[in-house]
Ligand binder design. Structure first.
Ligand code: ADP
Length: 459
């Protein structure tokens, strides 16, 4: 076993604080990095030590400065680096540098980051594992004719996706043969601009699916378990807004088959650490693989709430070499991993729902949060006096509620949202309250298009 004594978190905001908390409980010393713009950010104070990163670089580029992160790691006796989500979390280069320079990367192997960073390659892995996947092109496509041929075979609408896409970006629906030419050109140029690579591929566009994903943990001994599934169908423009665990509105037998498929894929690639296998589920109860996220996810809290398993601590122990079922990780055999009740997470953001979810900035004149039984909060810079800057993601605080069933968890969330008092910066709280009271949300009849098709929620 490799004892981890000091962890550097190559991230900011709530996820950096989440990792520091996991480390604190394990007696691990913590190091934060911060950009010049984050000089007053809370994550800096939540670590035992903190160092300025990316001097002279832009606010985002600072956190992407691998050279400088490695310098800090060398200078301060770091054993391991946790990348969080976003920023460098799926960057094979950071993991490679860690391996070369004697640091533990708290995540999967370099090969997994490469394999799943490329969506065409991920599809190839799903095919090898023989799990259901959306009809799509076998590799990147190279002409308008490729799109037309696919449309003739599978019909419209179809979806053009960027091979390196992520974060709900790099997707373009094509509704008819007439749209092909323009869509092809736009998709290619958008992919190049957003991801530095213009490779694109095709998928059949599934009508009104639910997004169901499976939390996986793997260890160096080759053991893989799933921690059940999450329902992340409530999305705005293909980005998750509310997440739940388990997927209460999907039949238990189907949920089991989805979890089994996820395990099969991750066993096949000998996956290590935390990862998520994402699927779309159609109204006729078919499910299809879409992608793997080889990292901790924003919505991991709902899985922690229903299983009682600390996923970040599990990642750290697994990185030290412990097996999933060792006393140090403490997870029982698969058939003994139980779940209880339902958990819901709302992403409270500093965005204005009345103005197309435009990010708002400024000083929080007042900040009071919800609390009490069944409520968990994971926040970055959420406190009175905090200044919300325009440089980063607009996530302010994640509220996770737990209850014995959907209705109870929803009631708790509504009560929690009502308790919030945030002044000085606009938030999406009123929108979340509308959404949680909508019959589609209450009855589970929502799909991934629910928010985009229900503009009245924004008022
Ligand atoms: P990203 O990596 O950008 O998150 P994903 O491939 O995970 O992209 O897809 C994000 C969301 O986009 C899905 O949850 C779903 O709502 C929608 N989506 C992706 N592929 C399809 C598809 N083939 N048909 C219908 N919706 C899709």
């Amino acid at each position: 076993m490799r004892k981890i004594k000091t962890v550097l978190v190559a991230n900011r905001g709530e996820i950096a604080i989440r990792v520091f908390r996991a480390c604190n409980e394990l007696g691990i010393h913590t190091i934060a990095i911060f950009s010049k713009e984050d000089t007053l950010s809370l994550h800096r104070n939540k670590a035992d030590e903190a160092y300025l990163v990316g001097r002279g670089k832009g606010p985002v580029e600072a956190y992407l400065d691998i050279e400088d992160i490695m310098r800090i790691a060398h200078e301060h006796d770091v054993d391991a680096i946790h990348p969080g989500y976003g920023f460098l979390s799926e960057n094979a280069e950071l993991a490679k540098r860690c391996a070369e320079e004697g640091f533990i990367f708290i995540g999967p192997r370099v090969e997994h980051l490469i394999m799943f960073g490329d969506k065409v390659n991920a599809r190839a892995q799903a095919k090898l594992a023989e799990i259901p996947m959306i009809p799509g092109s076998d590799g990147p496509i190279s002409s308008v004719e490729d799109v037309r041929a696919f449309g003739e075979k599978y019909g419209y609408p179809l979806l053009i996706k960027a091979v390196n896409g992520g974060g709900g970006r790099g997707m373009r629906a094509v509704n008819s043969p007439e749209e092909v030419e323009t869509a092809y050109a736009l998709a290619k140029s958008e992919a190049l601009k957003a991801f530095g690579n213009d490779e694109i591929y095709l998928e059949k566009y599934l009508k009104d699916p639910k997004h169901i994903e499976v939390q996986i943990l793997g260890d160096e001994q080759g053991e893989i378990v799933h921690l059940y599934e999450r329902d992340c169908s409530v999305q705005r423009r293909h980005q998750k807004v509310v997440e739940m665990a388990p997927a209460t509105f999907v039949k238990p037998e189907l949920r089991q088959r989805i979890c089994d498929a996820a395990v099969k894929l991750m066993k096949n690639v000998d996956y290590i650490s935390a990862g998520t296998v994402e699927f779309l589920v159609t109204a006729d109860d078919e499910f299809y693989f879409i992608e793997v996220n080889p990292r901790i996810q924003v919505e991991h809290t709902v899985t922690e709430a229903i299983t009682g398993i600390d996923i970040v601590q599990s990642q750290i122990r697994i990185a030290e070499g412990y097996g999933i079922h060792s006393p140090e990780v403490g997870i029982p055999e698969q058939d003994k991993i139980g779940i209880r009740g339902e958990a819901i997470q709302c992403r409270i953001t500093t965005e204005d729902p009345l103005n197309n979810f435009m990010p708002d900035t400024g000083k929080l004149i007042a900040y009071r949060s919800g609390g009490g039984m069944g409520i968990r909060l994971d926040a970055g810079n959420a406190f009175t006096g905090s200044v919300i800057t325009p440089y980063y993601d607009s996530l302010l605080v994640k509220a996770t509620t737990w209850g014995l069933n959907h209705t109870i968890a929803v009631t708790k969330m509504l009560r929690c949202l009502k308790e919030f008092r945030i002044r000085g910066v606009k938030t999406n709280i009123a929108f979340l309250e509308n959404l949680l009271q909508h019959p589609h949300f209450i009855n589970g009849t929502y799909t991934t298009n629910f928010l985009d098709e229900t503009p009245e929620l924004f008022h």
